[in-house]
Write a protein that binds this ligand. Structure first.
Ligand code: ADP
Ligand code: MG
Length: 448
């Protein structure tokens, strides 16, 4: 009885998570007994429980409801004997190299994703970012020489990730034998947690303590996460002692980092600290010129000024506005002129900006994925529907003022925890897969 129910629940779970995560987190657990709506399951260790509760509880409940068990309550029992083989989580497995990127690769560095999205050539230098740019170039030319660690900081969308990835790309080109690793701090933490749960801590440690260059993005994420801070402290020391290059980015200088141990904070400041300021008008115009070239479109100077003047600080937004203009122009079949720009942005830049509706988003997303709107709001959990639905929920959350329960309601009466789970899934996927991230950004730009 329990087994049959469990099988059904697992089937539901399988449609909602990646295969890697399914094997890592769900295969190793077994059902014990059912008391009313309380299901006891056996997990290999306490980290499993914590991780499942934190990340997959609502998903479990949903799958259980589908299997006919409403209001599931999960109880955990730890049993390490019963679980001789725990599958390593996907994050700790070897990351397959993106072969489309650089073609030729060398043995060891295959272990890291070396497909860097950005390069120095596409980075526009102005007075707001000149120093950070020069520091990054210097590190890329001579890693582990003068600036270790290199600490970059600046506001959202100002080019930190762009610069870090350029460093990574350049070093792999200049020094094909060095192991270069770029990752976000959030991913560092998730891999660490997974490694604990799957008894792969040694592998995890070795993995990061044996690289030649570690590029760790958005370390402000460490705030309040003492376990991850501890781990990073040791990783940092190992690398620094061995004179390996470390590059860090954050949204603020080291001494303003909150809830981060003093010993880490002080280490972050050991090398060179470089800031990136919001761009001045000239830099913004130069970035727009570069983008126009890249897209092979002609944009009059006054139009560039018009956009640059209105987008105040964030370069990501600047790009977004520009893409929108291009889309509008091709949609209308008209060249980019001042009047077209006004038409495109009048609404956007005015206070009373109309926001897009969830219905409009559903329509667009359904078209994009070649499915029907009614599938998006149906009860079906076919894999081909689930992902587009999650995407549509994510975009609805980003672009409309709708609350989580409201979004749930507009998607055929889903529970708000399902919405939360969808948002999380999309965020994780975007983090892991640059091309998926681009796809979502494009959808956002068009709908914004
Ligand atoms: P951050 O990591 O600081 O939030 P990103 O590096 O993700 O910002 O940059 C946001 C977007 O703006 C990216 O698409 C990036 O390529 C672009 N960008 C930022 N700074 C520049 C620049 N100086 N020249 C060209 N593109 C830039
Ligand atoms: Mg970034």
């Amino acid at each position: 009885m329990v087994e049959r129910l469990w099988k059904k629940i697992l089937e539901g779970v399988r449609t909602r998570v990646s295969e890697g995560n399914f094997n890592a987190w769900f295969q190793p657990i077994t059902p014990l007994r059912l008391e009313g709506s309380t299901l006891w399951i056996s997990v290999p260790n306490p980290v499993f429980q914590e991780f499942l509760e934190k990340n997959y509880l609502s998903l479990f409940k949903e799958a259980a409801a589908e299997a006919g068990l409403e209001n599931l309550v999960l109880k955990f029992e730890e049993n390490s004997e019963e679980h001789p083989r725990i599958v390593p989580p996907p994050e700790v497995q070897v990351v397959p190299l993106d072969t489309t990127e650089s073609g030729k690769t060398n043995g060891e560095s295959d272990r890291f994703s070396t497909s860097f999205q950005y390069d120095f050539d596409s980075f526009v230098v102005g007075s707001s970012n000149r120093f950070a740019y020069a520091a990054c170039r210097a590190v890329a030319q001579n890693p582990s020489r003068d600036y270790n660690p290199l600490y970059l900081y600046g506001g959202v969308g100002l080019g930190k990730t762009h610069l870090m990835q350029s460093v990574g790309r350049e070093i792999t080109l200049n020094y094909p034998n060095l192991k270069v690793c770029y990752l976000s701090t959030e991913r560092f933490m998730n891999e660490m947690i997974s490694s604990i749960a799957h008894r792969q801590q040694h592998e995890f440690r070795d993995r990061y303590r044996m690289v030649d260059v570690l590029l760790l993005d958005d370390i402000q994420f460490l705030s309040g996460k003492s376990g991850t801070q501890e781990e990073l402290f040791h990783t940092f020391n190992a690398l620094h002692d061995a004179q390996k290059q470390v590059v860090l980015s954050s949204d603020c200088p080291p001494n303003s980092l909150e809830k981060i141990e003093e010993r880490l904070r002080s280490r972050f400041g050991w090398g060179l600290i470089a800031d990136i300021q919001p761009p001045e008008l000239e830099t913004k115009v130069a970035i727009l010129s570069r983008k126009a070239e890249a897209h092979n479109v002609v944009v009059p100077e006054e139009v560039k000024l018009y956009i640059a003047d209105r987008v105040t600080s964030n370069i990501r937004e600047l790009e977004g506005c520009f893409l929108r203009l291009i889309a509008f122009s091709s949609f209308r079949g008209k060249p980019i002129t001042m009047s077209l720009a006004r038409e495109t942005f009048d609404q956007l830049f005015s206070e009373s900006r109309q926001t897009v509706t969830v219905e409009a988003i559903q329509k667009h997303v359904a078209t994009h994925y070649r499915i029907k709107v009614k599938d998006l709001i149906a009860k079906t959990n076919k894999a081909s529907i689930v992902r587009p639905r999650q995407v549509a929920m994510y975009i609805s959350r980003e672009l409309t003022g709708a609350s989580l329960p409201e979004i749930g309601r507009l998607f055929g009466g889903k529970h708000h925890t399902t919405v939360i789970h969808s948002l999380k899934t999309i965020k994780t996927l975007m983090e892991r897969d640059p091309s998926f991230q681009q796809e979502i950004h494009k959808l956002l730009e068009v709908l914004r």
